[in-house]
Design a protein around this ligand. Sequence first.
Ligand code: ADP
Ligand code: MG
Length: 237
Amino acid sequence: MRILLDKFSKSFGSTKVIEDMDLEVGSGEMLALLGPSGCGKSTTLFAVCGIHRPTAGRILFGDRDVTNLPSQERNVGVVFQSYALYPHMTVEENIGFPLMVKRVASADIKKQVADIAGLVHIEDLLARRPAQLSGGQQQRVALARALIRRPDVLLLDEPLANLDAKLRLEMRSEIRRLQKETGITAILVTHDQVEAMSMCDRIAIMKSGEIVQIATPSQMYSDPRTSFVASFLGNPP
Ligand code: ADP
Ligand code: MG
């Protein structure tokens, strides 16, 4: 489902973080919001997710205006840097939790959890608790939990930041594979240019609350619009 930000602005008190941002993420596209720490990536993602209400502007999913809808009415799946799995629940219970809240019958939940666990290759971990998993496994569980309600939109905020280098590589291709397989529209927030380049169809480079350039990885690399973009991509002019 297409995501549209129409003149989206967000302030905290008198501090303007984002002003008049226009952004369109095509249906089935994976877009990176890439930029240095503090430029407003998470603020933007939280507004798409429904955690923050915009100060001005609109957010649309398809033709549906979701600007004033709470998170749970938006049908989004979210994965954040800290996995935030429920420590007292098994993997199976963690993944099934969003369905349990919706009072789906337990036999249905079991089946859907099994399906999604297969998709992220954690079928054999369902009886464990989060403390008995590696960081990468925990992140797969978080992904499965985000995907179980078949959301229209997948939102990822630095999902690989806590992983070691080898796992990070593995999870990059894993998340991209899942995104393609499910055809879900996704936004990946990251400050890691290699991650953005290797995982996404397009990259929006942000600086101080603005999108400086938006392009495919190869366009961005060969034709950076500003020296900020060039240096941020590690390709100074
Ligand atoms: P990024 O994710 O790109 O690192 P953020 O979106 O988290 O950046 O933050 C952008 C700016 O907004 C920062 O200056 C941050 O301090 C400020 N900010 C973020 N959330 C809040 C908040 N809840 N209250 C006040 N300021 C905030
Ligand atoms: Mg952030």
